[in-house]
Design a protein around this ligand. Structure first.
Ligand code: ATP
Length: 199
């Protein structure tokens, strides 16, 4: 699986549509301080479902929308699309190429898409389970991240091994199943109470 292209519009400093094509091998982003290199990494994290404003270096989520300059008005929407090659079948979809997209409006409303179909954030997360990509995974290593990993709590560090071992998906399924069981127990209790009342 590798990143094929990234399209950014209205996200942080990208007031105009920018399209980045990635080829095989290593891609380097070069530019003067403050030109938007880290904003590109933020855009990748954001489209993968990042919800932490701290991680995205923003005050609130709407702050990721281009907020204008002396010569340009702020925009009302930000959009990032990431196209990923799935020829090796690393992602659990039959398509050879997968496009994920996230959009946010000034109202704070967010939209997520997989191959142009509207989905939930949960679906984006599930798509990347056990691939090492996605929120809190190890595919994006920023400055200081290795130190952070080494000094983090053992439970937090275990997440990385679980992701690499391919068990994150099952862990999440087990959490979901436990929630359903709790809900079912609550429903049974309610039914029993009603039955007692009508008897
Ligand atoms: P450095 O090399 O210093 O780390 P960089 O190239 O990584 O810099 P970024 O941190 O990606 O730079 O970009 C910072 C720029 O993005 C700043 O000029 C900041 O004003 C601009 N910026 C951030 N958020 C927005 C926004 N919502 N609207 C407009 N510009 C923004």
């Amino acid at each position: 699986m590798f990143l094929k292209s990234l399209e950014i519009y209205g996200f942080k400093s990208f007031a105009d549509k920018a399209n980045l094509e990635f080829s095989d091998g290593i891609t380097s982003l070069l530019g003067p301080n403050g030109c938007g290199k880290s904003n590109i990494v933020d855009a990748i994290k954001w489209v993968l479902g990042e919800q932490s404003t701290k991680t995205l270096r923003a005050g609130k989520m709407e702050d990721v929308i281009f907020n204008g300059t002396d010569t340009r008005k702020p925009l009302q929407v930000a959009e990032v699309s990431l196209t990923i090659s799935n020829e090796a079948g690393a992602l659990p979809l039959p398509d050879a190429e997968i496009e994920i997209k996230r959009r946010i409006f000034r109202s704070g409303e967010s939209e997520y898409y997989i191959n142009r179909n509207r989905v939930l954030l949960k679906n984006i997360r599930e798509l990347f389970f056990d691939t090492g990509v996605g929120k809190s995974a190890y595919s994006i290593l920023e400055q200081g991240k290795i130190d952070q990993i080494l000094s983090s709590r053992p439970e937090d560090r275990r997440y990385i091994f679980e992701e690499a071992a391919g068990i994150s998906r099952f862990k999440q399924q087990s959490i979901d199943a436990e929630r359903k069981l709790e809900k079912t127990d609550e429903n049974i209790l309610q039914v029993e109470t009603i039955l007692k009342e009508v008897r």
